[in-house]
Design a protein around this ligand. Structure first.
Ligand code: ZN
Length: 377
């Protein structure tokens, strides 16, 4: 589902209720939007587009509620269908998976948040709009810029789970130090063949370890790794975005976010320092910093001075002037960049097999070396 969509008529991104209010229908019956006049539906279809890929032909879908309790189960939303009732979004659009877009798309919704950082960001966004530094149109332009990036840096994902397991294993092996195996080692009672096999594998695959070390890996931390597996499974054989195309922008955005939290010591933000590998609950600030950088052509100095100007302004009068901001560019960055590294490993001399199998095979090779040496000596 698409919770908010862009109205070319009102030049902003709105949810269904906000859009209907603009059209003169305050407090509509959200569980029965079909009762609205046909011309309202037609006007929405003609003027509302997807905020990401820009596909037109929006229809509004009523909220659903429980039969007995009348409790709202899902909010009213937009749908973009083709004539055969399939999603008409571009396959690379965040909202292509109409039934499950929350899985793939992240936006900060300012209306319902209680998060201190997001409340601060909401005020900054609304101030920016109030002082004409940017507009809802600019926010959409950023979404579209990202969408174009996706289009021009996409590939078909073909990463088996064994490959992710292998990459994670190799990175663990980088911590192992040792001595190259010599057959005489096998004479030691209780010799640790498994450790020797690990070291042997890390030596034999040094070039793959180099590849893995060249990027920001989402293989090591538990939460990154599980997300990497999840994405690989969900998007297997599908067209996906090569997130590393935005590495430079991502790094700059994290630097600006840290400027906010460390140098400016904004109240409510001072104890959380996002890093390249960890955004904590600062996703809204990261999205806002991305927006500031986007309008300043990724110049961090100009963006920082603009951030300070905004902070020094009085609180915005309309706290809903900007109700949503896309997080898309950097969402799941680690998991995606890990998949890109896995792809590079796959393109090298990788043979697909479970790590355990490879370890057993390596152990067996070492034992044979020992046996041959013993036989000949
Ligand atoms: Zn779309």
């Amino acid at each position: 589902m698409t919770k908010t969509a862009f109205s070319s008529e009102f030049q902003g991104e709105f949810d269904v209720e906000q859009l209907l209010a603009h059209l003169g229908y305050e407090n509509p019956n959200i569980t029965d939007l079909s009762s609205l006049p046909k011309e309202v539906h037609d006007r929405i279809t003609q003027t509302v587009v997807c905020p990401s890929c820009g596909v037109s032909g929006a229809i509004i879908v009523s909220a659903s509620c429980a039969k007995k309790t009348r409790k709202i189960l899902s909010q009213p939303h937009f749908r973009f269908f083709s004539t055969d009732r399939q999603s008409s979004h571009d396959p690379l659009c965040d909202f292509y998976h109409e039934h499950d877009s929350a899985q793939y798309c992240r936006s900060v919704d300012f209306r319902s948040t209680k998060n201190a950082a997001t409340l601060i960001v909401r005020d900054l966004v609304c101030k920016g709009i109030e002082h004409h530094i940017f507009s809802q149109k600019t926010i959409r332009e950023m979404r579209q810029w990202f969408f174009e990036k996706r289009k021009s840096h996409s590939f078909v994902l073909d990463i088996p789970s064994e490959l992710i397991e292998w990459c994670s294993f190799l990175l663990e092996c980088t911590h192992i130090t040792g001595v190259t195996f010599q057959p005489i080692f096998g004479e030691i009672p209780n010799f640790n063949w498994e450790e020797a096999a690990k070291y042997h594998l890390s030596q034999a695959n040094a070039s793959q370890i180099e590849i893995l070390r060249s990027g920001w890996a989402g293989f090591s931390k538990k939460n990154h790794l599980s997300r990497t597996y999840q994405l690989a499974k969900q998007f297997q054989n599908q067209l996906v975005f090569n997130a590393t195309a935005l590495s430079k922008e991502y790094r700059t955005t994290i630097e600006l976010t840290n400027f906010f939290t460390k140098a400016l010591r904004v109240r409510g933000l001072k104890f959380i320092y996002p890093t390249i590998g960890y955004l904590g609950n600062m996703e809204s600030l990261v999205a806002f910093c991305g927006l500031l950088l986007f309008i300043n052509n990724w110049n961090i100095e100009k963006s920082a001075s603009l951030a300070i100007k905004l902070m020094l302004e009085n609180p915005a009068q309309d706290q809903l002037a900007g109700n949503i901001i896309g997080l898309d560019p950097f969402y799941d960055f680690h998991a995606w960049s890990a998949l890109m590294l896995a792809k590079k490993v796959n393109d090298s001399q990788y043979t697909n097999a479970p790590v355990l199998e490879k370890l057993e095979q390596a152990q067996s090779e070492l034992r044979k070396m020992h046996e041959r040496w013993k036989y000949n000596s």
